[in-house]
Design a protein around this ligand. Structure first.
Ligand code: CA
Length: 366
């Protein structure tokens, strides 16, 4: 991390410290205080990512580094890669039962346990990063998310956005909707349910297992994130075609899971530091993805990768099926229904705004 980034982040931390101290001491003074009485905390953070993983894994590392710096060592976060303490897809459970105080993963990884979780993560043909962030931070989304996770003793904090993904890597051509029949593909969440309804078979794999599965033919196709991460996994060496656009995930959000009991032991200034660091990571990750995806796509093309757009007929059918799948998924679970009702009303309003803002500009600038 660049020095000025650390200083900028530290500035947020000092402000948070001053604010927490000020609140506590409101009746007497409003001078900046060093809160928390010097008690130190060492927390474990389990993640769904392999070690030193670009983008999302870097984000988890950045969070830990920021918290350590901003708290002056009062809260030390030790990051564990997938499989070191718990497997990639068991992060939520581990935080829920208190094996680790913190976790970093994608909400839809635990949809089997918390069906509403995937609605905070990615919606096929749904909101982009800016829209999802607007709903979560400014439109009541975070409060709903906290409500959904509370019975599991977990506090969710938004901690990462990917932006628009790609449709993925295929060893079979997709020329018509019928080409999804019998296709074995790694794609999680609601996108996976769409694939199933298109006649395909979903295989749920963590990052570390995707390349081998694709190379050996255990799966015919996979989507992962975008050029930056896909290049790092070497997926272009295991598949023939790279399809766009990422209809299944116009954005994916990542969550910081906090064990609620542990959270309640944390002084207010350290809680503010955790939230500020997560907010920093969320913004930084999106910038990182935009910059690195661009570079990685240039590299992939220079290495002969054929980038193909899914045919209009296929996208139209996917969109039709996605609408049915999302509505059925929401209807199957009371919490999901409540979340979906709130967010779809909000996204409709955002979409109307996008028509006179982003959409128009994208069309004109070409
Ligand atoms: Ca993905």
């Amino acid at each position: 991390m660049k020095r000025r980034d650390i200083l900028a982040a530290a500035g947020v931390g000092l402000a948070a410290t001053a604010l927490a101290g000020c609140n506590k001491q409101a009746e007497t003074s409003c001078e900046p205080q060093q809160g928390g009485g010097g008690e130190t905390f060492t927390w474990k953070m389990v993640t769904s990512w392999p070690k030193n993983f670009p983008g999302v894994g870097v984000g988890a590392e950045r969070f830990a580094k920021l918290v350590n710096e901003m708290s002056g060592g009062r809260l030390t976060v030790k990051v564990y890669a997938a499989g070191e303490l718990v497997p990639a897809l068991e992060v939520f459970d581990a935080v829920s039962r208190g094996t680790a105080e913190l976790g970093h993963g994608a909400p839809y990884y635990w949809k089997g346990k918390v069906p509403a979780a995937q609605f905070f993560c990615a919606l096929p043909f749904g909101p982009n990063a800016a829209e999802m962030n607007a709903w979560l931070f400014k439109g009541g989304g975070m409060q709903l998310w906290e409500e959904v996770y509370k019975p599991f003793g977990v506090l969710p904090i938004l901690c990462g956005s990917t932006g628009v993904q790609t449709a993925g890597w295929f060893n079979k051509e997709i020329n018509s909707p019928a080409d999804f029949q019998g296709l074995k593909m790694r794609t999680p969440g609601l996108g996976g349910e769409v694939l199933t309804k298109m006649g395909g078979t979903v295989v749920n794999l963590p990052a570390g297992e995707i390349f081998t599965a694709l190379q050996t033919g255990a799966i015919d196709a996979t989507e992962w994130i975008g050029p930056y991460n896909d290049l790092a996994l070497g997926l272009h060496k295991a598949a023939k075609y790279y399809y766009t656009p990422g209809w299944q995930e116009p954005n994916v959000t990542f969550e910081l899971d906090v064990n609620l009991k542990a959270w309640e032991t944390l002084p207010a200034d350290l809680q503010a530091i955790v939230r500020a660091a997560a907010r920093d990571v969320n913004a930084d990750m999106l910038d990182d993805y935009n910059a690195r995806n661009m570079e990685a796509l240039e590299t992939l093309k220079s290495e002969g990768v054929e980038v193909r757009r899914l045919p209009d007929e296929v996208l139209a059918r996917l969109k039709q099926v996605a609408t049915e799948v999302v509505e059925a998924s929401a209807a199957a679970d009371p919490a999901a229904a409540k979340v979906y009702e709130a967010q779809s009303a909000y996204f409709k309003r955002l979409q109307a705004y996008a028509k006179v803002a982003e959409e128009d500009i994208y069309q004109i600038r070409g």
